[in-house]
Design a protein around this ligand. Structure first.
Ligand code: SF4
Length: 386
């Protein structure tokens, strides 16, 4: 057998069963910690590794029961049982209710990117987004929302969405790319901008060839063959973003004009082709309008019954929890009232964090119809009616 020795994560269950007992860390001190100190209340917990790194973040309505369940998982078959053997400490925060625990869990996962928080079954998995990363020659990427949130590549990126269906989104982005000459190639294609200083520009031996046919068919500015400067490329990207943000309908108007010319020249095949592209852009525009409407929705207030009759109050604005407080705290309620009275900013694009919270809220209220009865348009109304 050649190759590097397997790590604890890559060993199969059969291999692990032959490990020396020394590899099986004693988890009884951790279990004792939980048994002595944890309560069956809503909360968020963190599994901390030997180097202080956060291995896993979870939440539960019944913290103690959930934490103790980890110690009954079959080892080494269950990945959380294996995680427990890597855990040096367990920390937890008691939360006023399950909703608070859900929000805190999402924010901690974003902050720590824990290794054992695998993707899947999260609200973000159901949605698609357009992502524009911070990079020298950015492109419009269509990605599952969950692949952006919590990823290092997603940091600082502009996220547009969420969208329910991938196929129409991909078609529309392709049309937009073609209309504005934006690249849509893979990351591995090297970019050579005209202003980047090309030592071989005048040497015929180093003639560059584009990575695909889009440059030759005039559907890409050709940043892979030094055919445009960065400023020229970014100008076109800004145009795409203005279309996406509802500031300009330039690509749509240009297609309409092209279609009119094709029809006038009796070039019906081309006119039909342009009509399909126009339809894709119109579909995208309609979806973007819905997203913008969702983002600019007026704020609402949400009152959640808490433990020991300590209800909790949330101020939600444009799909984000802006602030929260105990109903019993008059200063906290005043703070929320002051925030509520401030005019909302015009929302256009989302940040990754905001997207996660928007979809989390959407999932929470969609799957728990009774919770909508605890909401009202304003804080004063929710305090008197719920
Ligand atoms: S022409 Fe070059 S930059 Fe444009 S999409 Fe093709 S490979 Fe990418």
């Amino acid at each position: 057998m050649f190759g590097p020795p397997p790590t604890a994560r890559t060993r199969s269950a059969a291999q692990l069963s032959f490990l020396e007992p020394v590899a099986r860390l004693d988890t009884s001190p951790l279990r004792e910690l939980v048994r002595r100190n944890a309560q069956n209340v809503p909360g968020v917990y963190r599994m901390i590794g030997a180097r202080g790194d956060v291995l896993y973040v979870g939440k539960s309505r019944t913290l103690r029961t959930r934490l103790l369940s980890y110690f009954r998982l079959p080892w080494p078959e269950h990945r959380h049982a294996r995680m427990l053997r890597e855990t040096a400490n367990i920390e937890w925060d008691v939360m006023p209710n399950e909703f608070a625990a859900l929000l805190r869990e999402a924010r901690l996962i974003r902050a720590h990117l824990p290794e054992y928080n695998k993707r899947g079954a999260r609200p973000l998995d159901q949605w698609w987004v357009i992502v524009v990363r911070r990079e020298p020659v950015p492109r419009l990427r269509v990605q599952r929302a969950s692949t952006v949130s919590g990823s290092r590549a997603g940091a600082g990126a502009t996220v547009i969405g969420p969208f329910a269906h991938r196929a129409p989104l991909v078609s529309a982005v392709r049309v937009l790319n073609d209309a504005l000459g934006l690249r849509d190639c893979a990351d591995r294609v090297p970019m050579v901008l005209r202003d980047a200083g090309d030592f071989f520009a005048d040497d015929a031996r180093y003639t560059r060839t584009p990575g695909c046919h889009r440059y030759e068919t005039r559907r890409c500015l050709g940043p892979c063959v030094a055919a445009c400067s960065q400023a020229e490329y970014l100008t076109q990207l800004t145009r795409a973003q203005q279309f996406i943000n509802g500031i300009s309908d330039e690509p749509q108007v240009a297609l309409e004009q092209e279609m009119a010319v094709a029809s006038a020249q009796l070039s019906f095949e081309r006119a039909g082709w342009l009509r399909d592209r126009l339809a894709a852009l119109e579909t995208l525009n309609a979806q973007l309008t819905r997203v913008r409407e969702a983002l600019s929705r007026p704020s609402f207030a949400y009152r959640v019954p808490g433990r020991a009759n300590a209800d909790w109050l949330y101020l939600v604005r444009e799909g984000r929890v802006l602030a929260d407080t105990s109903v019993a705290d008059p200063h906290g309620v005043e703070r929320l009232l002051a925030l509520e009275s401030q005019p909302p900013a015009r929302a256009t694009a989302l940040t990754v964090d905001a997207l996660e919270e928007l979809t989390l809220l959407e999932h929470w209220f969609r799957t728990r119809g009774e919770e909508q009865l605890r909401t009202a348009p304003t804080i004063r109304e929710v305090l008197t009616s719920c």
